[in-house]
Design a protein around this ligand. Structure first.
Ligand code: FAD
Length: 415
């Protein structure tokens, strides 16, 4: 019996060592290939499953598993915690590459990266969050986001449910109207009111890992587009330790990271969707041109689609440069002009992306409108129409209206 137990122990030890070696090998393999190359391979996996993800409204597990295997989830985590320290512009490029293949995969990746950025930029001084980042790298943990609550829609800067403190333990019960991939995620990063007696705008950001919470489904997700994001509604019931609250207050996290990073990564996804639509429209026009030798009548719409895609890409690159230049300067990040620019980046990028996909659809005509055509642009159109409502453009413009009054008109083009 003792011999048998010893043999079993040896087998468990051998399996564990093999697991560690396999993980280390994967890490080395991932490190030897550029982030862009790995993203391109994941985009191919996402493309192969995109139609099924859309028609079945299911989580893109093949693409996200492939992203895990290629260590894409930890790309932006600093090297000292086991990540690659990728810059935001590199992450946005991954979003663009994935967005060309499967909008849901890309948006899931973008939302996860927004949460990673909040923890990396505001949690590295906390031992709990350092440990969490190491785990994220080792286990390729996928983080979801909960900001939308009850009937408050996209009012991110106000929370209803408070953190309840019981000595060093905390509890949160929240009616989360939409949590994309809530069931598939390994953790949820959520806003909350600081305490029961705090104002709704006095918020904190908390990281809960899967063992810390239960989710009770309140609503399903049968949406027009972005169907694989699986944004079901849940009652979130979480228990954790006080250390899980990020040390910085949410107003700082929102201004410095959450708003600019979310808007930039989302716009990368939308540009990818728009690029896929332009690609299909171009293939259609090429085929029509090749057949008759004459430019088809819809070709002018392709010209317009290509031009607005170029404008969108330029806008994203300019905003990324602006963010990366200000990223470690709190005063620059909090400046009214910077905040207005980052808020309006989302409005402009979503409008350009919708216009690009619409022009592409017009260029392809009925071939783009049909679902059963190789030039179909239906999925891209449905997906891109989420962009103006994912935090409503009207709400954003109302929020920056006062700041617009304060500004002055530049005298020089270069100001
Ligand atoms: C694909 C997708 C994924 C999402 N994933 C998540 C997620 O993971 N986690 C999460 O928490 N949330 C998520 N959301 C929800 C999102 O963050 C917003 O909360 C939601 O899109 C806004 O919903 P709403 O239209 O009900 O809200 P509201 O913002 O209340 O807007 C309702 C209507 O009121 C108008 N409106 C609102 N404010 C103003 C104003 N000040 N002036 C004029 N008009 C105004 C709007 O234009 C709109 O017509 C997701 C949304 C989408 C589309």
């Amino acid at each position: 019996m003792a011999l048998q137990e010893a043999e079993e122990d040896r087998q468990v030890a051998r399996r564990t060592v093999r697991g560690i070696i396999a993980a280390a090998t994967k890490r080395q393999a991932a490190a030897s290939e550029s982030l862009a190359n790995r993203a391109q391979k994941i985009a191919a996996v996402a493309a192969a499953h995109a139609a099924a993800v859309d028609s079945n409204s299911c989580f893109p597990s093949e693409a996200i598993d492939a992203a895990r295997a290629a260590r894409l989830l930890s790309a932006a985590v600093p090297v000292e915690f086991g990540g690659e320290g990728a810059k935001l512009s590199e992450i946005v490029d991954v979003c663009y590459r994935l967005g060309r293949s499967c909008a849901s995969t890309a948006m899931i990746y973008a939302m996860h990266q927004t949460k990673v950025a909040c923890v990396v930029r505001h949690g590295v001084a906390s031992a709990w969050h350092q440990r969490m980042l190491r785990r994220l790298c080792n286990e390729q943990i996928l983080l979801a986001s909960s900001t939308t609550e009850g009937k408050a829609g996209g009012d991110v800067r106000n929370s209803a449910a408070p953190i309840e403190r019981r000595d060093q333990r905390i509890a949160l019960k929240r009616q989360a109207t939409v949590i994309s991939y809530g069931e598939a995620a390994d953790g949820i990063v959520t806003t909350a009111r600081r305490a029961a007696d705090a104002a709704s705008s006095d918020q904190v950001l908390v990281v809960f890992l899967k063992d810390d919470y239960t989710l009770t489904k309140l609503s399903g997700w049968d949406a027009f587009g972005m169907r694989g994001t699986c944004g079901e509604g849940f009652a979130l019931d979480a228990l954790g330790s006080a250390e899980q609250i990020l040390p910085a207050s949410y107003d700082k996290i929102h201004a410095h990271t959450m708003l600019p990073v979310a808007h930039l990564v989302w716009s990368g996804v939308w540009a990818g969707i728009a690029a896929a639509a332009v690609e299909r429209a171009r293939a259609f026009v090429r085929k029509a041109h090749g057949g008759s030798g004459a430019m088809p009548p819809g070709a002018t719409h392709l010209t317009r689609a290509s031009a607005s895609l170029r404008t969108l890409r330029n806008l994203i690159n300019a905003s990324l440069q602006r963010f990366e230049a200000a990223a470690s300067d709190p005063a620059a990040l909090e400046a009214i002009d910077f905040q207005t620019a980052m808020a309006m980046h989302k409005v402009s990028a979503s409008e350009l992306a919708v216009a690009t996909v619409m022009s592409a659809m017009q260029a392809a005509g009925i071939a783009g409108y049909r679902n059963d055509s190789e030039f179909s642009i239906g999925r891209q159109l449905r997906d891109i129409l989420s962009s103006p409502i994912m935090i409503s453009n009207d709400r954003i413009m109302a929020n920056v209206a006062a700041a617009t009054l304060l500004g002055s008109t530049p005298t020089s083009l270069r100001d």
